[in-house]
Design a protein around this ligand. Structure first.
Ligand code: SF4
Length: 442
């Protein structure tokens, strides 16, 4: 296959030019790190796939043909617009997700990165991840993505069992997945992540653990374990609903997860998030930004973002959702420079709820310093320190609240959703009490 022509390392040249600009600016006096409101991660959504997987309810389309030049131009335009509207001066990571972004041409990836580097500061060592499907990612193509500026791959491997892959409607076999993984590791050593699913219909614990052990013989330093979620409207949901397949067993899935995380820990992986495991420090900095409630811009059909629009009075961060359907999204981008369908201002309490729910997904949890960045008036001790319910969770060893902050224990991380059922109302109550105290006569 002939790869489309693209400017090699275009974005690196643009990055160097931007760095020279920043050095020139810095000559006028010392500059501190950009404030939180001027830093962001960037997510770029490629909405197209070759085929519909049986479990998938993501925003994806199976087109007859794609006018890639038009999509590319719209992705570039929207990235430029959102960077301008946000006033973001430094993009710390870029993630090309989908859909199947490995179906896009490397030229498109290079064009987006170049536009970002021209509009803002994109450090040359910024993490740039591309999600890759084994069937659309031969080594030559992966190498071309590397030349375009990608420096990390996330491979949708999902299973090492051909029957399971067929059940999931994937287009690749286990041997395709292992070949892609080997090529990816050769090209991006230490920077390849793989996804493995668990909790499939009729899946048993022992064979699944066997797959995980097999994967450990081939994988790099990052693994994500995802439990299958049976979504209404998918082919798999219909098959289970009609009795053609057994419903996934949540208890077996929980056992797979518990045993899987123990196996990974034994193999030297740190479980740094509910579903994510890394060794040798190979954490995903892009996803870490989500869990830290950092700002992010979402470009492409149906992409989500969360940022403080430039010039906004007060500190109201907005949730932005782009138009879902690619043709409509393109029409809007051509007309308005962006395809934002919905803007929802996030209240202070809402943002704190996100800080809590996202932060507790990580092994570090929420440090006092991190919490204070969002809420200097109400400390973690104020919110959780005197609660009887929280005390019980601490005594059960599910939660820790100490000089470092609030975090889940190893046991607690596996039941985070149930912990949040206690913690979120606690936060809401503390917030209301504080608000009442601030009202004169309240
Ligand atoms: S490749 Fe990914 S986005 Fe596309 S249909 Fe399959 S699961 Fe969905």
């Amino acid at each position: 296959m002939t790869l489309p022509r693209f400017r090699p390392r275009g974005w690196v040249a643009a990055t160097k030019a931007a760095q020279r600009r920043h050095q020139a600016e810095a000559a006028g006096g010392p500059r501190g790190p950009a404030p939180r409101s001027q830093r962001a991660a960037l997510y770029v959504h490629w909405p197209y796939c070759e085929k519909r997987c049986s479990y998938c309810n993501f925003n994806k389309y199976i087109p007859r043909g794609v006018d890639e030049a038009a999509v590319r131009s719209c992705l570039v335009t929207e990235a430029q617009t959102l960077l301008r509207l946000s006033g973001v001066r430094r993009v710390e990571s870029v993630f090309f997700g989908g859909g199947t972004p490995s179906l896009a041409s490397p030229h498109t990836v290079a064009a987006v990165l170049e536009a970002v580097a021209q509009a803002t500061h994109l450090p040359t060592d910024a993490e740039v991840t591309l999600e890759a499907n084994p069937t659309s990612s031969p080594g030559t193509r992966l190498a071309a993505f590397g030349t375009a500026g990608v420096n990390r791959l996330s491979i949708g491997l999902q299973s090492l069992d051909d029957a399971e892959l067929r059940l999931l409607g994937r287009t690749h076999s286990a041997s395709d997945a292992l070949r892609t993984l080997a090529e990816a590791r050769h090209l991006f050593p230490g920077r390849v992540s793989v996804d493995l699913m668990l909790g499939l219909p009729a899946q048993q614990v022992g064979p699944w653990l066997g797959q995980l052990q097999e994967l450990l013989r081939h994988c790099d330093d990052h693994i994500s374990l995802y439990q299958l979620s049976l979504e209404r409207g998918t082919a798999l949901f219909a098959q289970v609903h009609q009795g053609a397949l057994p419903a996934p067993d949540p208890e077996l899935a929980a056992e797979m997860y518990q045993k899987g995380r123990a196996v990974l820990q034994e193999a030297g992986f740190r479980q740094y998030e509910v579903s994510n495991f890394a060794r040798k420090g190979a954490l995903s900095t892009h996803n870490w930004n989500y869990w830290q409630c950092g700002q992010y811009l979402g470009v492409g059909p149906g992409a989500h973002g969360r940022f403080l629009p430039q010039g906004t009075r007060g500190h109201t961060r907005e949730a932005r959702i782009q138009t879902l359907e690619p043709d409509n999204w393109m029409k809007e981008v051509k007309l308005f420079g962006h395809g934002t369908r919905k803007r929802v201002p996030l209240g202070e309490l809402e943002l704190l709820e996100e800080v809590l729910a996202m932060g507790l997904r990580t092994d570090l949890g929420i440090t006092h310093q991190h919490w204070e960045e969002f809420e200097p008036q109400l400390t973690l001790w104020d919110v959780f320190g005197t609660s009887k319910e929280v005390k019980e969770l601490l005594e059960q060893g599910l939660l820790l609240l100490d000089h470092r902050g609030l975090r889940c224990s190893w046991e607690g991380l596996a039941v985070l959703d149930s912990l949040l059922l206690t913690l979120l109302p606690q936060l809401q109550e503390a917030w209301q009490q504080r608000t009442r105290a601030l009202v004169p006569g309240g």
